[in-house]
Design a protein around this ligand. Structure first.
Ligand code: UDP
Length: 330
């Protein structure tokens, strides 16, 4: 076993200025890792954390990434750098395959050529498409239903092949619906344009939007609206650190679903947001959004048993309270 706890390991966080990346960087710093962030700031916001080195650059720049890995003597990489709008991936797939796959390959090449050979990757439940069985386990067939999901699956496949050929060790973390914000209110979810349901609900309560549309009320669920498994970003950050430690200790590749195992409907979310913010929403019931499965809920037993991970910040009340604090600035 490596003595990673004694030595300060150096981690390169690609996409570390984004939503989940910035929460993970904060958690890594708390636990004494030395962190270098690589971000092209296409969607990220540099919140400068003390002790963190920020490099403005792109994962597609093979020579640049290899240079950082070597000069900073990086021990492992976490890759958050990706485009992540499902709808945009349908209308502009070339941008998604370019960013998430082509540039992702340059990053992987640099990781193996520099001898680092350890990576934790932000994958997604979108790789499962419309699952046959819910809760979804890691053994579920991966059949994406949009280009975004395909790009995530292709990156997973590249890592698998690089493991076989070059000895790359990787952990794929398949997130369900990331939500919430850091408890101290300094970082949170900020997408432009916003498409995610909780920020949209909160923007409605703040009067930044006039009406909230429920996309579909005829699904095969308890109240007809879609069920999703919302997982707090601080719990996701913790899983990344456990994944990194697992790689240092075991040097084996694996994949894990990250969700709570509990689903909540869109209509239940509306009730929770109204109760927590004390504000009334103007709700309109609309038709289905194309490509939305009825129910996406994780079977998280593998992450619990192998990584010793469990969601502790992910009650729906805590998710909404922390997101509300961030959005309202209260
Ligand atoms: N949703 C909704 N109204 C909105 C945005 C989303 O009813 O304005 C629903 C959407 O159909 C899905 C759930 O909220 O069932 C979560 O959507 P989101 O885009 O946040 O995440 P996804 O599950 O698509 O990754």
């Amino acid at each position: 076993m490596n003595n990673y706890r004694e030595s300060k390991k150096k981690i390169l966080v690609a996409g570390g200025a984004g939503y989940i990346g910035s929460h993970t960087v904060k958690e890594l710093v708390k636990r004494d890792y030395k962190v270098t962030v690589l971000d092209n700031l296409s969607n990220g916001h540099m919140t400068s954390l003390e002790g963190v080195k920020y490099v403005n650059g792109d994962i597609g720049d093979y020579a640049g990434v290899k240079g950082i890995l070597e000069s900073e003597e990086i021990d492992a990489v976490i890759n958050f750098a990706a485009l992540a709008y499902v709808g945009e991936s349908v209308s502009n797939p070339r941008r998604y395959y370019d960013n998430n796959v082509v540039r992702g390959k340059a990053l992987l090449d640099a990781v193996v050529d520099s001898g680092v050979k350890k990576i934790v990757f932000s994958s997604s439940c979108a790789t499962y498409g419309i699952p046959e069985k819910v809760p979804i386990s890691e053994g579920e067939k991966q059949r994406p239903v949009n280009p975004y999901g395909w790009t995530k699956l292709m990156f997973e496949q590249m890592m698998k092949d690089y493991d076989q050929a070059y000895g790359l060790k990787y952990i794929s973390l398949r997130y369900f619906n990331a939500a919430g914000a850091d408890a101290d209110g300094t970082i949170g979810e900020e997408h432009d344009p916003e498409t995610h349901v909780i920020p949209i609900l909160l923007q409605n309560t703040l009067g930044l939007r006039k009406q909230f549309s429920v996309f579909g009320t005829d699904y095969d669920t308890r109240d007809g609206s879609c069920i999703r498994d919302y997982i707090h970003v601080t719990d996701l950050a913790d899983a990344h650190i456990r994944a990194i430690e697992y790689l240092f200790e075991r040097e084996t590749s694996d994949c894990f679903n990250l969700g709570t195992g509990d689903g909540i409907t869109v209509l239940e979310l509306i009730d929770a947001v109204q109760r927590i913010t004390g504000r009334k929403l103007n709700v309109s019931l609309e038709g289905r959004r194309p490509g939305d499965p009825d129910v996406l809920v994780a079977d998280n037993s593998k992450a619990r048993s192998v990584l010793g991970w469990s969601p502790v910040h992910s009650s729906i009340d805590n998710i909404i309270e922390t997101a509300w604090k961030w959005h309202s600035g209260e």
